[in-house]
Ligand binder design. Structure first.
Ligand SMILES: [Zn+2]
Length: 390
């Protein structure tokens, strides 16, 4: 399976200046090549090379590989545009938008991502540095960093080109990795149901509960500090507020990695699949007091769901997404469904059969059951592809 890993570069000021000059030069050259392709109606690499290759090398000081990339990017942009025009993304042929879009050359942003192949970029994982081509010559020993788990993936499974990008003043290399995955378990003996929430971040039908109390308290704390800093409005206060936001995101991600790892390991060990609720359902069914609402909308549920799905795919564990409507009101024993089955946030007590259970576990049993039913009826594993960023 494909995984995208983002490594953060730590260039010295001199190296950063060289990267910036290179990115600008490459995008200018690509824009110029796209213009030539448009004027000369040469939108295939072979034809366009004749008109542009020598001049790109000369004018922008690009090496052979970089010049080829500029030409290829121009051609690829026209293929994409053609497909989009055909697909109706710019309206019908003859419409204003269609004519405007198809009637002018493609332009690249000055900071658009620049592809690097293995001849322009090499990775030294032991020293955590790269050697990278720039218009000012080859830069050696440019340091990079990232999360340990992702750097390991990068070292073992990187494939093909990487993209150089600048985001928010930082430099990154975005690399595609191809990770071997185990064959899908085609005969799961059952499903682990996972209920996602606020009080408990996740509750499984195996009776595992991951409490959100400590995190939520910390989150509220951080949020209060941040809003205070933002109100102050000074530059340093804003910078500190940003730092807090980054810290919170990293902590959440870390927690999500740990929870997903445990849930998937347990499903794999016991030969079962995993049933998750469709994420759209979480917000709709949640009725919450106001202070909890911000917590709900900002909690990265989608992230936990996608981490579980990604790790499951890697482990060959089938994943089913189920419609979670009324799972919190339905009795997992007799399937009687009523709001009155739920006397409090934490408690489930069936009005018909008298079944009593922690509310989140009752929900997770329903999710497990729905996952199993949907699998039996022929649903396929629905683990999506995932982008992991450091
Ligand atoms: Zn019941």
């Amino acid at each position: 399976m494909k995984l995208v890993v983002r490594a953060k570069l730590l260039p010295t000021p001199v190296q950063a200046a060289a990267l910036e000059a290179t990115l600008y030069a490459c995008n200018e050259a690509a824009t110029w090549a796209a213009q030539a392709a448009f004027e000369k109606d040469a939108r295939r690499p072979l034809g366009l090379r004749k008109h542009t290759y020598a001049e790109i090398k000369e004018r922008w000081g690009l090496g052979a590989q970089a010049a080829q990339h500029a030409i290829k990017r121009a051609c690829d942009a026209y293929s994409t545009l053609k497909a989009n025009l055909r697909g109706g993304r710019y309206g019908r042929p003859g419409s204003k938008r269609y004519t405007r879009t198809s009637g002018k050359p493609v332009v690249f942003r000055p900071e658009a991502a620049q592809p690097y192949d293995d001849r322009m970029l090499s990775w030294q994982h032991q020293t955590r540095t790269v050697s990278i081509w720039t218009t000012a010559g080859r830069l050696k020993g440019v340091a990079f960093t990232g999360q340990a788990e992702q750097l390991a993936v990068l070292a073992d499974h990187r494939q093909g080109e990487s993209d150089l990008v600048r985001q928010g003043g930082n430099w990154f290399l975005i690399a595609t990795c191809e990770i071997p995955e185990k064959t899908l378990n085609a005969h799961p003996v059952g499903f682990v149901g996972v209920d996602l929430g606020i009080v408990n971040i996740a509750a499984t039908s195996d009776g595992e509960r991951y409490s959100g109390r400590r995190i939520n308290r910390k989150r509220e704390n951080d949020r209060a500090v941040r809003s205070k800093l933002q109100k102050r409005g000074s530059k340093s206060a804003k910078r500190r507020a940003k730092k807090y936001a980054g810290k919170e995101a990293r902590r959440n991600k870390d927690i999500n990695h740990k929870i997903s790892k445990r849930i998937v390991a347990e499903a794999e060990r016991t030969g079962r699949g995993i049933a998750l609720e469709e994420l759209t359902g979480i917000r709709e069914r949640a009725r919450l007091r106001k202070p909890q609402r911000t917590t709900l909308h900002s909690w990265p549920f989608a992230q936990l769901g996608s981490f579980i799905a990604y790790k499951a795919k890697k482990a060959g564990v089938p994943v089913i997404h189920v419609d979670a409507a009324y799972t919190s009101q339905e009795c997992s024993q007799c399937h009687h469904t009523a709001r009155s089955n739920r006397p409090s946030q934490a408690r489930f007590a069936c009005k018909v059969c008298g079944f009593v259970e922690h509310a989140d576990h009752n929900s997770s049993h329903n999710i497990a059951h729905r996952g199993w039913m949907s699998w039996v009826r022929g649903a396929r594993s629905t683990a999506p592809a995932l982008t992991l960023t450091a």
